[in-house]
Design a protein around this ligand. Sequence first.
Ligand SMILES: NC(=O)c1ccc[n+]([C@@H]2O[C@H](COP(=O)([O-])OP(=O)(O)OC[C@H]3O[C@@H](n4cnc5c(N)ncnc54)[C@H](OP(=O)(O)O)[C@@H]3O)[C@@H](O)[C@H]2O)c1
Length: 333
Amino acid sequence: MKAYRIHRYGGPECASLDEAPEPELRAHDLLVRIAGVSLNPVDYKTRHGALRVLYRPKLPATLGNDLAGEVIAVGSAVAGFKVGDRVIACSRINDMGSFAEVARIDARCASLAPSSIDLATASALPLAGQTAQQALRDLLHIRPGMHVLITAGAGGVGCLAIQLAKSMGAEVSTTASPRGDALVRAMGADHVIDYTTTDLASLGRTFDAVFDLAGGDALDACFKVARPGSTVISIAGLPTPSAASKALGMGMGIKTLFWLASLGLRRKAAANGVSYHYYFLHPNSSDLSALAAMVDAGTLKIIADRHFPFEQIADAMAYLEAGHAKGKVVVTL
Ligand SMILES: NC(=O)c1ccc[n+]([C@@H]2O[C@H](COP(=O)([O-])OP(=O)(O)OC[C@H]3O[C@@H](n4cnc5c(N)ncnc54)[C@H](OP(=O)(O)O)[C@@H]3O)[C@@H](O)[C@H]2O)c1
């Protein structure tokens, strides 16, 4: 089968679409004939080797976490799925391999696909959707009336996060450039801050909760605009030891490394009277099914910026890596 694999860590030249053996089915797995995959920044970060400290796949390794397709085989310990089911899923970070004609996925990370949209587009939901849903619901505890800031609202996670925060009853502010302004308003954002002209930090202590998808200087500014006592959750800053350990079961050595790496951010947060946490998503069937149901109910829209054919997956990756995607980038098989 064809698969998009990394052969060594580095730039785009380190990955190629080549012949690979089909994956072996484990007891908890589904084997899926892929109809579409969506791309996430974790794909090019993995290719770069930026995540080697977290997990180190044996090379060559097939990239990709998000998938949509038809089940062609079911592992002996799987309940609730059968051959022929249309499914979507996002693998755990250390169990990637969806950029292929056939992929295996732990069934505990899968859900039946929404029936109201095409399968390839549905592949844009799992990773971005669950990240936003879990961070807003479980860490920021968004409740009606809260004013939440979501940075980088026009990207893959941002478009879903704005809609989910609105569905939880929040007032939503987001940062976007003029290129993303119309899109984030269409997603339901109440206020748009043009990050190319406005210094976020100048807004003052405005927000009850902050979900940062941008990292860097934007994250520093988030600490200054969150109300004292509130929480800033980032998925783009430096991981905190508890987040890394919960997601990947890390030992003391790695926990210490992340404790040191995130110390500067935690200090900046503390100096502003707010708490800082990083979040790694936890793929699971029940959260994903709930999101798929929202799509079918018409209460959650998937924004696919561009669809690429599988033969052009390197172009799709370059497009995402340029950092200006509006919504999700999807590859169709
Ligand atoms: N920890 C986890 O579990 C997890 C899960 C998912 C994603 N992530 C991380 O979250 C981040 C976002 O992911 P994504 O999929 O949403 O990325 P993405 O789709 O590539 O985001 C691109 C968008 O971000 C906007 N943007 C870039 N810098 C910005 C800034 N400083 N302020 C406001 N907007 C900005 C761009 O807008 P313009 O082009 O208009 O500037 C573009 O529309 C990535 O770092 C990713 O690795 C982590």
